[in-house]
Design a protein around this ligand. Sequence first.
Ligand SMILES: [Zn+2]
Length: 349
Amino acid sequence: MDKKTKLQFIHDLPKVELHMHLEGSLEPELMFEIAKRNNVPIPFDSPEDIRKASVFNSLQEFLDLYYLGHKVFRTRRDFYDLIYSYFKRVSTSNLRHAELFFEAQEHTNRGVPLEEIVMGLHEGCVQAEKDFGITSDLILCLLRHFSPENMMDLLKQAVVFKKYIKGIGMSSSEAGCPPSLYVDIFKFAKEQGWHVTSHAGEIGPPEYVRDSIELLGIERCDHGIGARTDPEVVKLLADKKVGVTMCPISNVLLKVTESIPYSPIRQYLDANCKICFNSDDPSYFGSTYIEENYDAVEKEMGLSVAEWVKIAQDAIDMSWVEEDERKKLQDELDAVKLKYKLKELYGIE
Ligand SMILES: [Zn+2]
């Protein structure tokens, strides 16, 4: 496949985003607009100033700016605008389905009612499906910089909104926060019928990935790159079919990996782990959304056509969609295989 055709093929793949923090898609212009209408002071004079500040030497430096951005949100409309802007932005990248993190604790702990957050986001999902044909689900993402008690309080409140929330995730800095602290939280989440995922091995060691699988029962591992130094943990990911939601551009810009080829993408593909590519916090990383991540991997690593099909398939398999929706996504992937004659030319079924 020549270079131009391959880029078109990558564009045409039905994309599924499984690791994106909605607050991380807050573009500077929208941050300014929401801050202004809510009379929230922010320490920047212009959207350009925020872009200039978005250069990070570590995950912690990023988190400091990132959580400052959360403070502008107050109302249902703010959350609606946030999620709708994201869908509008990615509507040209052939994104078909997204399971999106929202970080309620940062808002509820400031007094914003959970109902305003959940319903604003849900209304945005409904409208985006009508306008852009993208289906979506919400994942309540717990934050490790708050206590396990604070997490549990929020989860108990969230039970009322169960039908609007597909799963529970956990993020923020892993330093000093081993998975063993959160066993009761994940047990409670699973008892409610929620799916569960967790950031593990973004900067944490392989044991954090192993313990998230064995102690917390995660179905997906977000980032998961910390497993790479322990082949046994990589094997555990593959054997247990715990898919890894990788964020190639985020990892490089937060200095978690030296470069995209230096990340364990190749290692995980060779170990037959399920993996997919995602955007994490795109507005803070130079507005690099899902397609920019796909394109960056292709540019830096030149994956094979078969590997791209596997990654698109893995993302569908790793998603938490219902069966009718899964069939639709599968049909779209099969249509791309037909369009590019992948069976005749590459033997790809
Ligand atoms: Zn993340």
